[in-house]
Design a protein around this ligand. Sequence first.
Ligand SMILES: Nc1nc(=O)c2c([nH]1)NC[C@@H]1CN(c3ccc(C(=O)N[C@@H](CCC(=O)O)C(=O)O)cc3)CN21
Ligand SMILES: O=c1ccn([C@H]2C[C@H](O)[C@@H](COP(=O)(O)O)O2)c(=O)[nH]1
Length: 279
Amino acid sequence: MQQYLDLMRDVRDNGVDKADRTGVGTRSVFGRQLRFDLNAGFPLLTTKKVHLRSIIYELLWFLKGSCDNTWLQERGVSIWDEWALEDGDLGPIYGKQWRSWACPDGSTIDQISEVIDMIRRKPDSRRLLVSAWNPAELPDETISPQDNVRRGRAALPPCHTLFQFYVAEGKLSCQLYQRSADLFLGVPFNIASYSLLTHMVAQQCDLGVGDFVHTFGDCHLYLNHLTDDIVEEQLRRSPKPQPTLMIHRRPDSIFDYQFEDFEVVDYHPDPVIKAPIAV
Ligand SMILES: Nc1nc(=O)c2c([nH]1)NC[C@@H]1CN(c3ccc(C(=O)N[C@@H](CCC(=O)O)C(=O)O)cc3)CN21
Ligand SMILES: O=c1ccn([C@H]2C[C@H](O)[C@@H](COP(=O)(O)O)O2)c(=O)[nH]1
């Protein structure tokens, strides 16, 4: 994960200071890319302890097609609490766009089922994409996330916007375009989540794994993370060997995985670094 630390140094040293929606302020660069060979270990950050439990449940929740935060809360996952309505609703975020994208004629499209079907039938296709970016359901930035949900809009526009699969020599690769990236808090989650998704889709399609390619638009460090005990502490640490992901079962479909199916072994991270989240 040296490349993650190099990117953090790049943003710290070369970024420009920019105001942002949350009012916290960021230091930001535009357009960067990381590449992880998923055969070289599972890319879970080792220079701070990352809460994999939240990442696994969040991914299973997206795949269920749910946008209801109460499902996460019932499992002790609180990462979406700041944006949800009292009843848990987050509006049409990832789960809705992935599993039931609304068409003008009232029908819906299950992009996840379709892309897996396509990978199996036409692995050489250059059209193996899933988009969460639906301009018809984006929020109005002048009102709060909760007011947007009350009006039937998404609480936040998707950050991980579009992903594409690629099959070569029996291996499945995945590239994500992330339009906006909170490098300290969000990105370690996003890397692990899409790497896990790539392993699951590969297993379902009887393929090996290739690379996870992570492409960034606005890649930023919040100014309240640029402190000696947060970003600088992270940068003083040295990466350790990557852990290994084990999937203990091959469920009948991508929608049948359970939390207990996953285990990450040989993960020996440095201690947690706590940081405030910009809302
Ligand atoms: N500013 C911001 N950054 C994000 O990364 C982000 C948002 N907002 N809004 C929507 C989602 C929610 N995500 C989140 C929210 C919280 C944490 C967080 O607090 N992580 C802690 C531990 C959390 C836990 O698992 O309990 C960490 O130390 O990584 C991470 C990602 C990612 N997204
Ligand atoms: O998966 C995620 C979700 C969100 N983020 C970060 C990126 C930004 O810091 C905020 C979203 O604010 P916008 O004003 O909508 O860009 O959340 C992330 O890094 N990863």
